[in-house]
Design a protein around this ligand. Structure first.
Ligand code: LLP
Length: 427
């Protein structure tokens, strides 16, 4: 169910009226529902109940400390891709044995931090990265468990910018090179190869590519085992797609069935790294209309949030629902409008020709399904401070990130002395 519903004529997040949040915190503001996050997490836990499957939340989707803390409390582990994400996970008390490190270009500093912390697994994406990790770990006197990420050469049928498992994509090790790299890893002192990892892309709404990729993975496991190598664990990558508009995402039960059918008889410990499907539907971006102006073809609704706050529409042409906070609006006549942000870029547009009621200046709107890859991808372009973030639980709400101050925007910057204007002499 959605935790964003109209009650008494206004849109609520759980039991909290969005205008109350705007009155206290302003806009633009990300608002997350704790119950929605819990439900989404439990859907995964239930789908795999009774099986040896660990759930590692992909922090890149939403790394807010409060969100990660909530998920850690439910038993989730973390999938991280940088030192910053490692520190976020550790900061909220996630134990290193629940942390897996993915990513195509981990630096030696990042590897050192991860090995020192004693994280569960590092997913290796190339031969040079394997060598770097081996050196780092030996220097620390450790043997780091690793998986090798397979590029299975499978088309994920998703947006080209978030498709990662085709030959030629920058991710993973080509399928036919896995056996030799795995064997090499098995002979290194600083690493212990424990298994394989695969991630073919994000926002998959079709299960067929999973079946293809996991089927190829299973073949590989059998071949590697036949040649005497030990494979104990398989990391299956990100979670399933979500509904933004008219997509029909697969059910988790069907996904779990595919996992069982393709990999169930291998006796491996399994891990999955869902991000989007845990947090996307749990968040909205609360925005206020600055102006409504007549445009060439459609009216233009100019919001106080822009592509710096939520870049998915401008980067991927992604659809996000846009809802008026005032319910009365919903019965009004719909006309096509362009919904845009204030950033000085033609691409700063949330929706073109979207059918909306006559929303006017000062009114609030909610940009929906924005809990994943929203705040985490935001920037300060146009010197716009990062939006505030709120976590709602029942009838209460807490600020989990204050709106960035203008001072904080340039607090780390310095003007060299030679550029400072000379003090004017007073005669
Ligand atoms: N594991 C790995 C290795 C990944 O690369 C990703 C996402 C995930 C897990 C989590 O996948 P999910 O469950 O969220 O689908 N910014 C884009 C999405 C980029 C996804 C990158 N990797 C967007 O806003 O659509």
């Amino acid at each position: 169910m959605s935790y964003f519903q109209y009650r008494d004529g206004v849109l609520h997040a759980e039991g909290v009226a969005l205008p109350d949040i705007a009155a206290e915190v302003g806009a633009p503001t990300y608002v997350y529902s704790a119950s929605a996050i819990e439900d989404n997490y439990h859907a995964y836990a239930d789908a795999f109940a009774g099986r040896d499957v660990a759930i590692h939340f992909a922090l890149k989707a939403n790394g807010a400390l409060a969100v990660v803390s909530l998920l850690a409390g439910l038993g989730a582990g973390a999938d991280i891709v940088s030192l910053g994400e490692l520190r976020r996970a550790l900061k909220v008390g996630m134990t290193p044995d629940k942390i897996v490190f993915s990513g195509v270009g981990k630096t030696r500093d990042e590897l050192t931090a991860a090995v020192s912390a004693g994280i569960a697994q590092i997913n290796i994406e190339s031969a040079p990265e394997l060598d770097a990790l081996d050196q780092v770990a030996r220097k620390l006197g450790k043997r780091q468990p690793i998986a090798i990420r397979v590029n299975p050469d499978v088309d994920a049928h998703t947006h080209e910018k978030i498709s990662t498992g085709k030959r030629g994509d920058k991710f993973g090790v080509p399928y036919d090179e896995i056996a030799s790299l795995y064997r090499r890893a098995a002979n290194l002192q600083g690493v212990e190869p424990v298994g394989l990892a695969v991630h073919i892309g994000s926002q998959l709404t079709d299960l067929a590519p999973y079946r293809a990729a996991y089927g190829r993975l299973a073949e590989l496991v059998r071949a590697l085992r036949a040649s005497g190598l030990v494979i104990k664990t398989l990391d299956l990558g990100g979670g399933i797609g979500v509904q933004y508009n008219d997509e029909t995402p697969p059910s988790l039960t069907d996904y779990a069935t595919i996992v069982q059918e393709t990999l169930g008889d291998l006796g491996c410990h399994l891990a999955i790294e869902p991000g989007r499907s845990i947090v996307a539907s749990a968040g909205i971006l609360l925005s206020q209309v600055i102006y409504r102006k007549a445009g060439g073809e459609a009216d233009i609704l100019i919001l106080d949030s822009g592509m710096n706050d939520l870049m998915r529409p401008s980067l991927y042409g992604a659809y996000h629902p846009i809802l008026p906070v005032n319910e009365a609006m919903r019965d009004a006549t719909l006309t096509p409008v362009d919904v845009v942000g204030p950033v000085c870029e033609t691409g700063d547009i949330f929706a073109r020709g979207r059918l909306l009621p006559p929303i006017a200046a000062d009114e609030l709107v909610a940009i929906g399904v924005a809990g994943a890859y929203g705040a985490s991808m935001s920037s300060t372009y146009n010197a716009r401070p990062l939006a505030a973030e709120i976590l709602v639980r029942g009838g209460r709400f807490d600020i989990i990130r204050h709106r960035q101050t203008i001072e904080a925007l340039f607090a780390d910057e310095r003007v060299p002395d030679w550029l400072k204007p000379p003090k004017r002499k007073i005669a």
